[in-house]
Design a protein around this ligand. Structure first.
Ligand code: GDP
Length: 333
């Protein structure tokens, strides 16, 4: 990434002053995979850390066409009007291939992107979901340090991206489509189980009645599912991102969620658990990469794989051999 020669101090001060140019550059720094940038990014984050954590972090998911960007445009604008400062981030593992299938296209969220109280950042590209995950978490911290008090993390329902976003937010909102009962059958129970609210969008015009019916059906299903957050009942709501109906109500629901979970201690407990989770998954990524990236391991892996596949040795003894090779190799360093 091309970056200006700013000092750590300049990054930190610029972000704290919400200088949007510096803010964008600080995020680019965090997204960079260049070793020199990574060290500097960690120093910047370290200094910003005391100024983070004050926002409400909201994940928003839904199938393509569910109305995510239309909803975020309406919801974000409403929040700005109430005096909030809103940052919109995206987790889109597919964007590495399709070059930004979400948030990439400038016509999305046109109003919100012009709002001085909003900051929209397209998905980090370059690499694995693990990489995108780290970059999004650190971008979230930078935005908090810049004074954004509502962070919206958008994702498409691709692969692991929904669980990834769930693991970094306080509240997870799932946008649903109205329509006949057929999509109710198609919907994955697993995704409903990680949601703190289902929001049936496009509840307008002729769709409104169908939305009402769908709401009842979803609520019936939800009743039998484990709630995503202890002490909070996940329910279905309706809104129209076009007319604005129900948009304020969902903000109220999120407010109730925050109040309830702060009171029960669940809010803090989740954030702490998320930090530990994050640390463990980064450690695992690091170890996996250094283990399989080790020259000796990489060299001998094909023959050991063959021996396992042909039944010559057991997987367990293969692992013992690989670990011995690895330990030997790093001892010699
Ligand atoms: P995304 O792929 O989930 O980001 O979906 P979009 O926000 O791009 O919306 C897909 C289509 O649905 C667009 O044509 C929107 O205009 C339309 N749409 C979104 N929200 C609503 C709504 O509340 N009511 C109606 N009638 N249409 C909507």
């Amino acid at each position: 990434a091309r970056l200006p020669r700013l000092s750590v101090d300049q990054y930190v001060t610029g972000v704290r002053e919400n200088n949007r140019t510096v803010l964008a550059q600080a995020i680019t720094l965090v997204e960079s995979n260049a070793p020199a940038h990574m060290d500097m990014a960690q120093e910047v984050i370290k200094q910003l850390l005391p100024h983070t954590g004050q926002s409400i972090r909201i994940g928003i998911s839904g199938v393509p066409g569910a109305g995510k960007s239309t909803f975020i445009e309406a919801f974000g604008s409403m929040l700005c009007e109430k005096g909030h400062r809103v940052a919109v981030l995206a987790v889109d593992p597919s964007s590495t291939v399709t070059r930004g299938s979400i948030l990439g296209d400038k016509t999305r969220m046109e109003l919100l992107s012009r709002n001085p109280q909003a900051f929209i950042r397209p998905s980090a590209t370059g690499g694995t979901l693990g990489g995108v995950n780290r970059k999004t978490r650190e971008t979230m911290l930078i935005c908090e340090a810049a004074g954004y008090d509502v962070i919206l993390v958008e994702t498409v329902g691709v692969g692991q991206s929904e669980t990834t976003v769930r693991s970094m937010v306080d509240f997870f909102l799932l946008l649903m489509l109205t329509g006949a009962g057929d999509e109710l059958q198609g919907i994955k129970k697993g995704i409903m189980e990680i949601a703190d609210a289902l929001l049936i969008n496009k509840a307008d015009g002729e769709n409104r009645t169908r939305a009402l019916i769908a709401k009842g059906e979803y609520n019936r299903v939800l009743h039998y599912l484990q709630p995503a957050t202890t002490g909070w009942e996940t329910k279905a709501y309706m809104c129209s991102s076009l007319t604005g109906e129900g948009i304020e109500d969902i903000w109220e629901v999120i407010g109730q969620f925050r109040e309830t979970t702060i009171q029960t201690g669940g809010f803090e407990a989740r954030r702490k658990a998320q930090l530990l989770d994050w640390m463990h998954s980064m450690a695992q990524d690091y170890l996996r990469a250094t283990f399989f990236g080790n020259q000796q391991v990489a060299k001998l892996l094909p023959s050991i794989e063959e021996a396992v596949a042909s039944g010559e040795i057991s997987p367990t003894s293969a692992v013992q051999q690989l670990v011995a090779i690895y330990e030997n190799a790093i001892m010699k360093k």
